[in-house]
Every structure is written in C-alpha cells, then in structure tokens.
Design a binder for this molecule. Structure first.
Ligand code: TYD
Length: 210
C-alpha cells in the first residue's frame, strides 16, 4: 500500500512553490510517487475545474459549488488515487477534502455537517495520512500575485472571505492535530521546505522501503 499526502493553504500562500520543491525532492530521493491537483487531474475533473474557476456562468449557488468540487474529488479518488495507492505509490494531492471544509464550509457558510457528509461520500473514506497546511494571514498574501494574471473566481472573493477560509483551516487542524501539520508559510522558502520534508520523511521512507 502507498500513502496519501495532501497539501493545503489559502490562495497565494506559497503552496505552488512548495509543491515544486517537494516534487524535486521526491525525484532526487527516487520515491515512487504521483502528484495530483484538485480540482482536476482527471479528464472529468479538469472540465469541472474550468467551470468552477475560470469559465463558469455567473450565479453559481454555494451548494452547486460544493457538489461540483465533490464531484471532481469522487472522480479522482476512484479513477486515480485508489489505483495509485494500490500500486504502492506516494500520492501527493495539491488540495483535498480540507479545502472544501475551509472554502465552502467556513468561506461560504454551508453547514459543516453537510460539507463533511458530502466529503465522506466523495472520498469514500480515503483520508490522507498527513496533511501539510501552509498557514498565512491572507491580508499579507492576497495582493502578492506571482503570475501577473487576473484572479480566478474564488481568489476574487476578497479579504473577509479568505480570512474565514484561514480560520476554517486552523479549526480543522485543531480538530485533527495528528493528521494536519501547520507550517508558518511566511517563513523563508527553504525553511518551509525543510519543515515539509521533516513532516513527510517517515512516509517517504515507508513508501520507498528505505
Ligand atoms: P488553484 O489555481 O489550484 O489555486 P491554488 O494555486 O491556490 O491551489 O485553484 C484552486 C481554487 O479552488 C482555490 O481558490 C481553492 C478552491 N477550492 C475550493 O474552493 N474548494 C475545494 O474543495 C478545492 C479543492 C479548491
């Protein structure tokens, strides 16, 4: 059996840079792995991603948004994550079920019991062994665009929304401190990366059999 790791954090928390650094580390350490992103990483999921983030019509209801993220996840778990775990791979997913609790539960105010129930259906009980949460105050990060592009539909929701997202993540971490490891994302890039490696090392050793 492989192992599942998820990476979480607010928009512009520096998560993408850390994903790249982790990928390079896994390659140099020759850990058999696959790197996925949510929503996406399946043909169905990528269509849902466009609808959710870029080219969807206006006026999407919060519950519709919840179901579409969950639909992308249901597809990814069954089409990719489960088979990869069965092959013994380390599966790293950039965003997973805690994103939905933070963004649709705390951010949009959907009842958390509903969000958790939908998450359980979508994941069918496939929960990460370790989740890294890149934590940062959105007041300090939201303006710092690294690609120069226009914000997507969810990034554009403003500071109050993103503060609720952060609070949601921290509540998730307080509920499950063993699984969710909080890292201060405002620390220096290589220091953040060092902490990611430290948290994941036992799993890397387990998957590569070293
Ligand atoms: P992405 O471009 O991947 O953002 P980032 O680089 O910050 O990870 O876009 C994913 C967006 O979708 C991000 O704003 C968070 C949001 N999202 C949800 O609102 N709910 C979810 O369940 C997931 C997986 C993502």
């Amino acid at each position: 059996m492989g192992a599942l790791v998820s990476l979480e954090g607010g928009d512009r928390s520096g998560k993408s840079t850390q994903v790249r650094l982790l990928k390079a580390h896994l390659e140099s350490r020759k850990v058999p792995h696959v790197l996925l992103r949510e929503p996406g990483s399946t043909a169905v999921g990528e269509v849902l991603r466009r609808l959710l983030l870029h080219s969807g019509p206006d006026g999407m209801e919060p519950l519709t948004e919840l179901f579409l993220f969950a639909a992308a996840r249901a597809q990814l778990v069954r089409e990719v994550i489960r088979p990869c775990l069965a092959r013994g791979l380390l599966v790293v997913v950039d965003r997973y079920l805690d994103s939905t609790v933070a963004y649709q539960g705390y951010g949009l105010g959907i009842n958390l019991e509903i969000v958790r129930t939908v998450n359980r259906w979508a994941t069918d009980g496939v929960v990460p062994e370790i989740t890294i949460l890149f934590d940062a105050d959105p007041a300090g990060t939201l303006d710092a665009r690294d690609d120069g592009g226009a914000p997507d539909r969810i990034e554009a929701r403003g500071l109050a929304y993103h503060r609720r997202v952060r609070e949601g993540y921290l509540d998730c971490a307080a509920r499950e401190p063993e699984r969710i490891r909080v890292i201060d994302a405002t620390a220096e890039v290589m220091e953040v990366h060092r902490q990611v490696r430290e948290h994941l090392e036992p799993l890397l050793a387990q998957v590569s059999g070293t």
